[in-house]
Every structure is written in C-alpha cells, then in structure tokens.
Design a protein around this ligand. Sequence first.
Ligand code: TA6
Length: 310
Amino acid sequence: MTTADLMVALPASVRLEAGRGGLPVLRVDAPAAQAEIYLHGATVTDWTPRGRESVLWLSSASRFTRDAAIRGGVPICFPWFGARPGHPEAPSHGFARLSEWSLVGAEDDGQDVTVLLRLTDSDATGASAWPHPFEAVYTVVVGSRLSLELTVSNRGYDSLVFDEALHTYLKVRDIRATQVSGLEGRPFYDCLAGPEPASGEPDPVRFSAATDRIYLDTTATTTVVDPIADRSILVAKGGSEATVVWNPWVDRAADLSDFGDDEWRSMVCVEVGNLREAAVHLVPGASHTLSATFELSPSRRTLPNRSTTS
Ligand code: TA6
C-alpha cells in the first residue's frame, strides 16, 4: 500500500511504509520524538522521545499478521474488554485491535505531528458479538508527550454500551524494582483471585508475582517509577473511570506464544479505559472520548532498597 493508494497527502514527517509482516505502518519523525503506528489495530508500536530509550514495550515474539493483535505498544480494546460474555468464539478484547483502520490524515505543526485514524461498523463488525453502527476516530499526537484520543460515536438508533481500554505496554528495566503509584486506596478487582472487589491498598503497586488488577472509580494520573532506568513514566488520562495494571509474570508469559519467556521482566501494562461498572453508555448520536497522555520524567524518587532475586 502506498500513500497514493490512500489518496492522502502526508507531511514529510510521516511516511507510510510496509512494516513487519508486510503490514502498513506509519513512521513519524517529529522534532521531539519518533513513533510508529500500524494501521492494523491502529496500534502505536513505538514512541521514542529524542535522546531517550523507547517508552513502549514490544515483544520480540509478537506476530504481525492480520489474524492476531500486536503484542505490545498500545493495542485498542474495543468494544469489549477481555472475553465477551456469551460469545466464546469472540476474540479477546474486541475487534478494534484486529481491524485495519483507515488513515484519515496527518499534519505537522512544526512541533507535534498528529495522525488521525478511523474505524466504522462493517459487515464484519455487524456479524460480531457487538453488531452496532458506530464510528471510532483515533487521534495520535507525537511530540515530547504521546497523546492518544479515542472518540466513539453512536451512529445507530439504539443506545450503545461498550468497554474500551488503551492496553499500553510500557518498557521498564525490571518489573521487580518497579512501582506504579496513583492508585493508592482505590478498590480493584484482582482478576487472579475471586470475583469480589478488593478494598484499596495504601501503597503503590509493587510486583512480586503475576498481577492483573482492574482499578475502578479512578480518574487519577498514574506514575510508573523505574528506578533502575532512573525515569518515571506519567500516564495521565481523560474520560476514563478505570485503570488496569497487568504483568503476566513467569507462568503466564510462558503460556503466551507471542510473548518471550523472559520478557515479563521488562514490561508493565497500565491501561486506561472504561469497563465493568464503568462501561460507556451512549444514546443515539452521542460521542465519548477516552484519552491518555504519556510523558517521561526523571525519577527523582529514591525508592526503599529492595533486593531483587536474580
Ligand atoms: O491486561 C489485562 C488482560 O485482560 C489480562 O487478563 C491478559 O489477558 C492481558 O489483558 C492480555 O490479553 P491478550 O488477549 O492480549 O493476551
């Protein structure tokens, strides 16, 4: 596929190329950062601020095929999160991250580069476990921050209910030395324990085993503190009442064919979204926007010394 095929004029800072697996990818070269966005799933697979280490994690075992989600970057979970109740055949996390999104346009204002992508209902979505008329517009702003905005509109005559999450894989030096702050005191579902929500914990999230938590009733910015890399990743959000924190640890990583056995050490997922009790309800004609903004800051915090097993 070339730009001419798309009939879209792109600024010189945005190139449409054949990426891994031959999938079309947009390579963005902004003054403050580089980024990559696959049209497959509108998946941002790289955001690297100039002079810094890339912020998004991508598995070396990720498949780049149309029948699988990319394992890493920012897959979009929509219109359901996890399994679709009553539809065992439905793909985990919905169809958005498996769909080819259309490139609407791109612009470079000399500082940031903005890319607009779009997905609408189709015969395929009409035959899915969520067969409703919709439009999803995804705005990616690449600069000293990475800003993502997912706006979903109800194009039908019935009210819509859907889950959504920006399932972001963040790169850390060692998950066992990493903390996620900002969720202190918030109730959460521990997806590896029972169905009842756990009451909040007073401390930042630390990792010493598989962790899969859905925090509810939180609009907070979270901070991923990576002391070994001496940096923190700030995850601000808008239009979101839930945040998911996930690390598969040894066993789950080994079970995933598109996840290197040892790669669990170098990543953490912090996913902003709306799911479970915080699912989005849209009356006909209404729209809702979910946003996430990622920013690097030096980690000025000194964390208590914690030995990490080798
Ligand atoms: O990140 C939370 C989660 O729902 C986990 O339960 C785990 O399943 C993860 O998403 C990855 O899901 P995937 O379908 O991409 O393998």
